[in-house]
Design a protein around this ligand. Structure first.
Ligand code: ADP
Ligand code: MN
Ligand code: MN
Ligand code: MN
Length: 344
């Protein structure tokens, strides 16, 4: 027996964006044998998280996924859903609303800025650094600085040790902007891993005095190429078993017609302030249009080259979700729209 440190993680009730919350529970157990089924529910004060009022403040935490936490001796990260005292899902519990498909696969490209002292890493106190252009996938101190690489490297290692499917990392177009990708089979599995990857990054940055900025357009800049800075997206790549194994042009056309029909419903859950980012510039389509195209980074949905080459089979990339979006809502909405489309 050992003392195990379990970090129970959940999403609070703030709108339009939920915040990550967590607290530590110490239990006796065998770290080599601990499984999700061994974990007990827990509670918290919902009146401090916009999830209850003070008179009846108890909310319940239901563990739904567990990941080893290599930053702590005998540590584990426990992703939780929030329940009402009755045991029903809390209204803020977006995970519970997913009509999941175990054969739907999702890959999220999480873009973000690293911030220190109220501005992106590498930005001077006044004004702007040299215009964007050389920063994407760059190497060298003058582009990357000395801190960001350490952070993203350590983030990869902690995610991998946790068993999270992080698939890659790259420096992005704006200075101080980065991306990592998370892949999972089923909407819940993919989105759980992304939320925990976000948690790991935020916690990692605490001791360095750095914040992870998920807003989709944190640097408004000024109009004109030299002072204009990219926003952050969360491109959401998806495929179902049917798309991977059968697909075809006829099905694809029906699928895209459904995405067009439910455009507003998608945009509604693709993250706040998205009109600041989906402008038709910076590799985006305007928020009020729905288009798709081959290799087209100015489209709402991009078909990878291989998708078309294989006869409209494989995965698609929805480029509209933004960096701050809730991946439970995004993946849940994509599945919902897909389910309106008959496969024959
Ligand atoms: P790009 O920057 O060119 O858009 P990335 O390599 O950053 O592409 O991201 C590609 C994403 O596609 C990854 O998140 C990956 O997990 C995802 N992906 C690959 N194959 C599939 C698939 N069959 N179903 C769903 N997502 C997939
Ligand atoms: Mn990418
Ligand atoms: Mn990117
Ligand atoms: Mn992409």
């Amino acid at each position: 027996m050992a003392k195990l440190k379990l970090e129970y993680i959940w999403l609070d009730g703030y709108t339009p964006l939920a915040n990550l919350r967590s607290k530590t529970k110490i239990i006796d157990g065998d770290p080599a044998k601990l499984q999700l089924a061994d974990l007990h529910g827990w509670g918290f004060d919902g009146s401090s998280t916009e999830q209850a009022d003070g008179k009846s403040s108890d909310c319940l935490l239901k563990p739904v996924a567990i990941y080893p936490d290599c930053t702590r001796t005998n540590g584990f990260l426990v992703m939780c859903e929030v329940l009402l005292p009755s045991g029903e899902p809390h209204p803020s519990n977006t995970r519970a609303t997913i009509d999941d498909d175990p054969d739907a696969w999702f890959g999220f490209e999480q873009e973000f800025f690293l911030y220190k002292d109220g501005r992106p890493l590498g930005f001077p106190i006044d004004g702007y650094p040299a215009p964007q252009g050389p920063y994407y996938t760059a190497v060298g101190y003058k582009y990357i600085g000395s801190l960001a690489r350490k952070i993203v490297e350590e983030h990869i290692d902690i995610c991998l040790a946790a068993g999270i499917n992080i698939e890659g990392v790259n420096a992005e177009v704006a200075k101080g902007q980065w991306e990592y990708q998370i892949f999972g089979k089923s909407a819940k599995a993919a989105a759980d891993q992304l939320w925990v990857a976000r948690y790991i990054l935020a916690r990692l940055c605490e001791s360095l005095g750095v914040d992870v900025e998920l807003h989709c357009k944190p640097v408004r800049g000024e109009w004109g190429r030299l002072l204009d800075w990219n926003g952050s997206g969360m491109h959401s790549n998806f495929s179902t078993k049917f798309m991977r194994e059968v697909g075809g042009k006829a099905y694809f056309d029906k699928l895209m017609a459904a995405f067009n029909k439910y455009r507003d419903e998608h945009i509604a859950v693709y993250g706040p302030d998205n009109h600041l980012r989906l402008t038709g510039l910076h590799e985006t389509q305007s928020i009020d249009k729905f288009t798709y195209g081959l290799s087209d980074r100015g489209a709402s949905v991009r078909m990878p080259v291989k998708f078309v080459k294989d006869g409209y089979k494989g995965y698609l990339e929805d480029r509209r979700p933004n960096s701050a979006a809730d991946p439970y809502l995004v993946a849940g909405r994509i599945i919902k729209t897909i389910k309106t489309v008959p496969t024959s």
